[in-house]
Every structure is written in C-alpha cells, then in structure tokens.
Design a protein around this ligand. Structure first.
Ligand SMILES: [Zn+2]
Ligand SMILES: [Zn+2]
Length: 355
C-alpha cells in the first residue's frame, strides 16, 4: 500500500519515525531532571563541593551528547542527486561500452596513478557536452539520454558491477558513486551509506557519520557518568531492589536505565571504532568482494573491506579531519565530498599484478 490518507509510503514511515526520537528526548530530559533537580540537591546537603562537581561533569557530557544527536538527526547524509519526489524514475539502464579510443586512452595511463579519472578518459571525445556539471563533476540535474549514453555523470569511479559496467541505481535513475548504496527506507541513494537508524529517523552516511560516532561516544560517557555516580550513592541495596532506595524512585529508575544504555552503547561504540579504524562502513563490513575497474578495461576483485583501508591514522583523518583539535567537536570536518575516496594503493597494485 503506497498511499495512506494521502501520504506516500515513504512520508508515512518518516512521520512515524519521529516517535523513537521523541522517546530519546523524553529519556534524556527525564534523566536530566532526576539527576539535576532531585539527586544533586540530596548530595548538596552533605557535600556541596561534590554536588557542584557532579553538576559540572553532567553538563560537560550532556551538552556535546545533545549537540551531536541534534546534528545527526537534522543533517542529510548526502545523496548523489537531491532527487525531487515528483521526478519520474527512469526504468531503463543504459549500458556504456568503452569505445576503442577510450580503451587506448585508458591502457596508456600510468598504473602507479591508479584508475584514470573518467573526465580524463572522455577528454578526447569532442562530441560529449560537459554541461551542467557542478564542482564535483557530477550532474546536478537529471541526466538527459545523450549524457547518459556518453557516461559523463561522474569524473572518477573505481567500483563497478560484476559485469564490469558502472554502478547504477534503477530506483533513483542515477549513477552510484563509489561506496554509495540505496536506502530502501528513505527511498534514495546515500553517499557512503552506513545504515538507516530508526533512533535518528535518518540514514547515517558520509555527511553525518562523524556526528553519529560522537553521539555514541558522548552517549556512553553521559550514561556511564550517571550510572557510576548514582551507584556510588545508592545506599542500602535491599532498598534499591524495592525500587525506592535512599535517592527516591526517579534517580533509582535513571540508574537502571543509564546502566542498560551504557552497556548497549559501549558495544555499539566498540563496533564503530573498529569500523572507523579500518575505514569501512557497516554495509561494507558485511559485503562480499568488490569489483574494481582496472586501466586495461578488465575487472579486479578486491577482498571485502580493505580497498579503502589507508592505515589507522589516515582512516581516522578521513572521518574526523586533519585538525585533531576538531576530532571530538561536533562540527563537520570529514575529508572529501562523499563521491570520491582515496584507496589503498597496495591493494590496487595487487589487483593489477593478478590481472
Ligand atoms: Zn538509489
Ligand atoms: Zn535511510
């Protein structure tokens, strides 16, 4: 059923998807109220200094946590094209065979420089109208049939389909840049798609992945802080089991909830730390081998996941940026534009050697 009360299926999902966000907001506001307005005043009566330090640290973790969460929810993960919903989807995939001239151009390129940019490949094609390109080299409007036939939608593409042709999304009727995948929930291709997160009602992709990581990181710190400080002042354990404790019901409830969330988020943080350090998205960590276009027109098969592994430090830089001072600050500092990615030259050379 694609229409319900005049809504498209995608809009209905997006509307209902607001509920998990409201749940997160309720839990965060409730935890803040119980901690700051109930628990801290209790501590203040016996130790004002301790209460002040608790208040200070609580805000030090909560502010970047809430800031990151806000940004990851409202920031678009990035799309190859900002598709208009009224644009009819193209049903036909047009394959692009390389002409003899292009093959000569490709085979004469330096292997050490990796795959040649498509813009260079097509530079000798006088008939190709390089129109309406934005600064990424991608068309920022729907492609015309002539443009599609000449394959000038992108200026550099490494990954190809199993048959050696450029990756193309039938649903979006557009080329898929490297590491782009289609989100079935959002109904659109997403640059470097990691996953669709119901807690965010948004995809996690190239432009909001850093915010997502910091949201988990500060979420762990905030929940751990609440759990540890509340647990240190729990009083009689039997009273705690009865749900009243010396702190009252609400701080006791927040103690349990923060402990559960701290454990879940800690596991999630470990998984994503591993992914960041190896420069993989969640989807890529589950994918099989990836097909890579080689300069001679043949296809190489790269082992899953390590094509973009640049080493630990460079992998961190790709997500968090070159300035380490901004790594833990929820501002966009990731490297690149989400369309083109540096790749591991050794993996690529091995593919050339095997070809
Ligand atoms: Zn798509
Ligand atoms: Zn999505």
């Amino acid at each position: 059923m694609y229409h319900l009360f005049g809504c498209t299926r995608r809009r209905c999902i997006k509307t209902v998807g607001v509920l998990p966000i409201l749940l997160v907001l309720v839990l965060v506001v409730w935890s803040y109220y119980a901690y700051v307005f109930i628990f801290c005043p209790q501590i203040y009566t016996t130790s004002p200094l301790q209460a002040a330090s608790y208040l200070l640290l609580c805000h030090a973790f909560l502010v970047p946590f809430a800031w990151s969460y806000y940004l990851v929810v409202v920031t678009s993960p990035g799309h190859p094209l900002q598709m208009d919903e009224t644009t009819p989807a193209c049903e036909t995939v047009i394959d692009i065979p390389l002409s003899d001239g292009l093959r000569r151009d490709v085979s004469s390129s330096s292997l050490d420089n990796g795959p040649p940019p498509l813009a260079h490949m097509y530079a000798n094609e006088a008939a190709v109208p390089l129109t309406r390109s934005n600064d990424r080299g991608y068309e920022d409007v729907a492609l015309g049939s002539a443009e599609v036939a000449h394959g000038i939608a992108g200026n550099r593409s490494l990954e190809v389909k199993s048959d050696g042709k450029r990756r193309y999304c039938n649903k979006c009727a557009n080329w898929k840049p490297d590491r782009t995948h289609h989100c079935s929930v959002c109904g659109i291709c997403v640059l470097k798609l990691d996953h669709h997160c119901p807690w965010l009602n948004n995809c996690v992709g190239f432009y909001n992945y850093k915010f997502f990581f910091l949201f988990i990181l500060y979420g762990v710190l905030y929940c751990l802080f609440l759990f540890v400080t509340l647990a240190l002042n729990i009083g009689n354990f039997n009273d705690f089991l009865m749900g009243i404790g010396t702190m009252g019901f609400q701080p006791t409830f927040i103690l349990i909830v923060s402990g559960v969330f701290a454990l879940c988020l800690l596991i999630f943080l470990g998984v994503h730390l591993h992914l960041v350090l190896s420069n993989k998205s969640t989807i890529e960590s589950m994918e099989g081998d990836r097909r890579v276009r080689l300069p001679d027109g043949s296809i190489g098969t790269a082992p899953s996941g390590n094509l973009y592994d640049l080493g630990t430090r460079q992998n961190l830089v790709q997500v968090f940026g070159k300035r380490w001072q901004l790594w833990l600050v929820p501002v966009h500092s990731s490297i690149g534009d989400g369309h083109h990615f540096p790749y591991n030259r050794n993996v690529y050379r091995n593919l050339l050697a095997e070809a």
